[in-house]
Design a protein around this ligand. Structure first.
Ligand SMILES: [Zn+2]
Length: 752
């Protein structure tokens, strides 16, 4: 049901006001299946501040100034020294946070929240406990292999420990969830539990693993040579999902409409260390959520992080939510600059996810103006709620994100474990690859993870900068119904795929689809075991994989052959990728780019093209395969070179065949374009991140005269919702051409 008492967003919506006969999409959806805009006020232990507040005013502000319809009030503290065992509401079953006396944060605030149409989903800390509490409950702590509790060796946030999902603590946790639900709230957000790296070796875990089919004695953590290592990884992921199943049952036992969800993870090989598996988890939660925090970092940070995470999470069956701190990275008591905050929210919504932010209340004493200024996009989202309801990605290009590959990718090419030179000139000496290859499995895993993490992030951004809207498909989405509307599939070094997945990909291409695949895609089975798959290699255009080039980021090149790649002249020379395979092309494959003979030295003469192809084009059935014998996107993520972006675009265009790309535009790469579909509408989101380019990012530079050509049929009207302007356009050959006169930070085009 839509929130009661709230200012109906559809009434103030420009789009629905002007359009006769419009029906509200998704009218039959539950509240959490409609657009949810969440926030948390963070008091960091100073809950008396909340107690002394005018709660009615807070709730009104939630709706009118923060533009939210769902709020997390703390049910248990998430602060030092690990106070997850205390409650901030009244319960006869648990210890109360002493400073609150009889004040019940949930029950006191609930009527005010309801009055303003704000659903209450309290925050429940499930991962950070004090040493004292753990000492009272032997057998509950997560243990390292040597029996040391994890939190004694790695104190959480400097002080505190963590408990095991398989231990008897789970029953304590489920009772906590039931007690929270008994206050009358709409659900619970669980912050944790977290299965920590190198855990868990507690008595219960040892026993359960021994009893499991194919189980036995727990292997050493990270021992890739132990046959029980992979079963252990499965056991950990299953343990977490099993905990979540119990948690959900506990919540709905009190309120059948209860929503519950936790802080999951994004697309990173650390999923292995922390046992994350979004598709396993989504069965037991109402939202797939993950953090995109810490906007400034000493490492490279994509300008499109929130968009990328939103797309990844929105691939699932459940609504997605991206968590954004309204805080300047690790300086929590300063709000995020308004430009960045608006941008993060716009990216999240454009990617099909719900928004969430936390504001640290001490920041509001002096910086409230800035904090509220960051809400301009939030206001727009609230006012145009129907345009974000019941939408799905309309991207014609789909990137496969295989969790199995994140877990099990372990390259068999030991020569990749040579360290590539940093490319920095120091004392007139380039750091070049000099170290001998370490031939142990864990070094191979380290290098595999590094390649994969860069490849995945880089694939998102290469497509963003190339203005190619993409959607994400998880492992289990390689089925015909999920591939409807997809014209091109992308395998960014998705190495560990099952025979069934490969068959689905081949069927898709043979029926007329395009495939862009890189590096070792499909070279391993779904357990990461090297697979002998001559048919698959042939399908990619490969006769044989002969080995690898030494990794390098200094003075190596590749050369374009012929004119098949739009935008590249015959003989065009561009930087080689850091990593590269030596493959022999299949007879029926056409080589479009060749790796040059290695130079191995800086300021030495170029050596010309070698016999090793870098990019191959093969016709397969009615479709086309474009294969790069390199993790092309890894290099884009590392070096951000225009040539690699243009190569991505040219390869995708070739794979798409005569249909061409979904979107063509003159916009700079700093404008991300996303397409989403709603009944009778195509929604084109444009997020402008054009700014000072380097931190401090304080201002978005508005752009003018953006020309777009978009594949869309039967369009009668195009409206730019933030400009509140109907745009003129021309239509021909299944495409519309439209000029957007101006864009500030975000625009939503509605094509009807
Ligand atoms: Zn355990």
């Amino acid at each position: 049901m839509p929130p009661k008492n709230s200012k109906s967003p559809s009434r103030s919506s420009n789009i629905s006001k002007n359009r006769p006969g419009a029906t509200t999409p998704g009218a039959d959806l539950k509240w959490w299946q409609r657009p949810v805009r969440m926030m948390r006020r963070d008091y960091v232990g100073d809950f008396e501040r909340f107690m002394k507040s005018d709660l009615a005013k807070l709730a009104r502000e939630s709706r009118d100034r923060w533009h939210i319809n769902c709020e997390w009030v703390m049910a248990t503290p998430g602060c030092a020294p690990g106070l997850a065992h205390q409650t901030l509401f009244n319960s006869s079953k648990f210890e109360k946070f002493p400073k609150l006396g009889n004040f019940d944060m949930l029950r006191e605030y609930l009527p005010h929240a309801k009055k303003y149409g704000v659903h209450l989903v309290p925050y429940v800390n499930m991962h950070w406990y004090s040493y004292d509490f753990a000492a009272q409950h032997p057998g509950w702590e997560q243990l390292l292999e040597d029996g040391t509790p994890y939190g004694r060796k790695h104190p959480l946030y400097g002080n505190g420990t963590t408990l095991c999902v398989n231990s008897p603590w789970r029953d304590w946790a489920f009772e906590m969830i039931r007690e929270v639900m008994r206050t009358g709230v709409d659900g619970c957000f669980l912050d944790g539990p977290v299965i920590f790296p190198s855990c868990c070796y507690c008595e219960t875990c040892r026993r359960l693993f021994a009893e499991m089919d194919g189980g036995g004695k727990l292997p050493s953590f990270g021992d890739w040579s132990d046959p029980l290592w992979k079963p252990f990884l499965q056991f950990r992921a299953e343990s977490w999902a099993n905990f979540m199943k119990g948690a959900q049952e506990a919540a709905v036992s009190v309120n059948p409409e209860a929503v519950i969800f936790l802080n999951g993870g994004g697309f990173h090989t650390s999923a292995l260390e922390t046992a994350r598996d979004p598709s396993r988890m989504e069965k037991f939660q109402n939202f797939s959520g993950a953090e995109e925090f810490f906007h400034c970092s000493t490492e490279y940070k994509s300008p499109f992080c929130s968009l990328n995470l939103a797309r990844f999470l929105a691939a699932g069956e459940k609504p997605a939510v991206v968590f954004t701190h309204h805080a300047l990275s690790t300086w929590h008591y300063n709000p995020l600059p308004p430009a960045e905050m608006s941008n993060a929210l716009a990216q999240t919504a454009a990617g099909g996810a719900n928004t969430w932010f936390a504001i640290f209340m001490d920041a509001m004493d002096t910086r409230a103006g800035e904090a509220f200024e960051g809400m301009s996009v939030a206001k727009f989202l609230a006012e145009n709620d129907p345009l974000y309801t019941a939408t799905s990605s309309a991207a014609e290009t789909a990137i496969i994100h295989s969790n199995r590959t994140l877990y099990y990718y372990l390259t068999r090419h030991k020569a990749l474990v040579a360290e590539a030179g940093g490319g920095r000139e120091k004392d007139l000496v380039f750091e070049a690859a000099q170290k001998p290859a370490r031939e142990d499995l864990s070094a191979c895993r380290t290098v595999s993870a590094k390649i994969l993490n860069n490849e995945i992030s880089g694939s998102f951004d290469a497509f963003n900068f190339a203005h190619i809207p993409v959607k994400v498909l998880w492992d289990e989405h390689l089925v015909p119904e999920k591939l409807q509307g997809v014209k091109t599939l992308v395998l960014p070094n998705m190495a560990c795929l099952s025979d069934r997945q490969l068959a689905a990909i081949r069927a898709f291409v043979e029926a007329g689809g395009g495939l862009v695949a890189t590096f070792e895609s499909g070279c391993y089975d779904e357990w990461g075991e090297p697979a002998r798959r001559p048919e698959w290699l042939k399908f990619l255009g490969i006769e044989k994989i002969e080995g690898v080039f030494a990794p390098s980021r200094v003075e190596e090149y590749m050369t374009v052959k012929g004119r098949a790649l739009r935008g590249f002249a015959d003989g065009y020379v561009m930087p080689r990728t850091v990593n590269a395979l030596k493959v022999k092309a299949a007879k029926d494959a056409q080589a479009l780019v060749y790796f040059n003979h290695p130079i191995g030295l800086a300021y030495a003469k170029m050596q010309g093209a070698s016999e090793w192809p870098a990019v191959l084009l093969s016709k397969r059935g009615k479709g086309r395969v474009v294969y790069a014998a390199a993790p092309l996107f890894e290099s884009f993520n590392l070096h951000h070179l225009a040539d690699h972006k243009e190569l991505t675009r040219a390869m995708t265009r070739l794979a798409a065949g005569t249909a061409g790309l979904q979107v063509e535009t003159c916009a700079p790469g700093s404008v991300a374009i996303e397409t989403r579909a709603q009944k009778g509408r195509l929604l084109v989101h444009l997020v402008n991140t054009t700014s000072e380019m380097k931190r401090p990012m304080e201002r978005i530079i508005p752009l003018r005269d953006i020309k777009l050509s978009i594949r869309a049929k039967g369009i009668r009207r195009i409206k730019a919702c933030r400009l509140n302007k109907t745009l003129s356009f021309t239509a021909a050959k299944g495409r519309v051409a439209v000029r957007l006169p101006a864009i500030n930070d975000y625009e939503l085009l509605v094509l009807e």
